[in-house]
Design a protein around this ligand. Sequence first.
Ligand code: ADP
Length: 370
Amino acid sequence: MEANERFEIVTEATNDAIWDYDLVKDQLFWGKGFYTLFGYNPEEIKPSFELLLSLIHEEDREHIVSQVDKYMSDPRQKDWYEEYRFLKTDGSYAFVVDRAKFLRNTKGQVTRVIGAMTDITERKSFEKELLKLNESLKLHAHELETSNEQLEQFAFIASHDLQEPLRMITSFLDQLKRKYQDQFDDRALQYIHFATDGAKRMKQIILDLLEYSRAGRLTEQLEKVNLNSLLEDYQILRNRLITEKGVKINMGTLPVVETYKAPMLQTLHCLMDNAIKYTKEGVRPEVSVDSEDAGDFWKISIADNGIGIEPEFFEKIFVIFQRLHNREEYSGTGIGLSIAKKHIDSWGGKIWLESEPGKGSIFYFTIPKS
Ligand code: ADP
């Protein structure tokens, strides 16, 4: 195969615009790529160095001309690499990468330059989009941070300011009861009891709100945590309840994970507490905890054979103060899962569930390995 032929085929295959400038004859050759990439038919136009320069975007031209001068005068310069905008026949500009070799005679004078232009317009616009996206992400993250801080401050102030009047209500109700007990009939005493109970619940809500606003801050250090040990500790802590309800706990092999210990502990406790709490009448409660290696993540599952949850509530239960039962049926304030979700979100994991009413639920959550 002729060298020239080989050259032409390669230029077609690489989809570059090849050029070859013979300075001795002052002849510039443009390959087929100038037609396919930019629309210039080499059979119709006569390429020249001046034409080439005139097609470079005026904002880039001066730099290119000065670079050419530098390469012409400095015998050490051989490998050329420049990015610029190049006018196409349709009037738009293509972003190109232009690579070339400067060949010199023994005196160091340039005799020939051979180069190739690659159209990187798509890559450039992709890069631009990415930069824009990055900027808006940064802005968004900043806004989130600010709104999180504000929320935290709000919760903190609200809880302190609310607790004071609440303490007053409770203490005056107490005094009312102590000092005037003899003058009150049963109904009046019951009213006082309801009012005290309401104040107590309000106090719990304030504390829960405060705790929720603080969850997910990840202020502590990452550490190696053995999930099996956490669960063993949990069983000791809840031993009485587990024995009373006759709960059977099946523990699979769980990993040692690098995580934030307190949030992880709270998350596991919440899911285990729920699995033990929402049990089905007449069925021996059984809770199975297991793990699965899911590539970049560990996937932990906590399965129970309890009352289950209707699919329409799968999202709702992760919202603060959302409960599916009243306090008389099952105790609780509806904060556990919302806090667990906030923790899991903050370490970049996910939480979800599968459940069948009357059969049981499986809660899943993930922990990134790094
Ligand atoms: P709490 O248990 O204090 O009500 P959570 O946020 O932990 O608050 O749970 C929200 C609701 O989700 C619960 O009130 C309950 O209705 C439902 N739930 C949570 N876990 C389970 C479970 N394992 N089985 C059945 N229902 C559950």
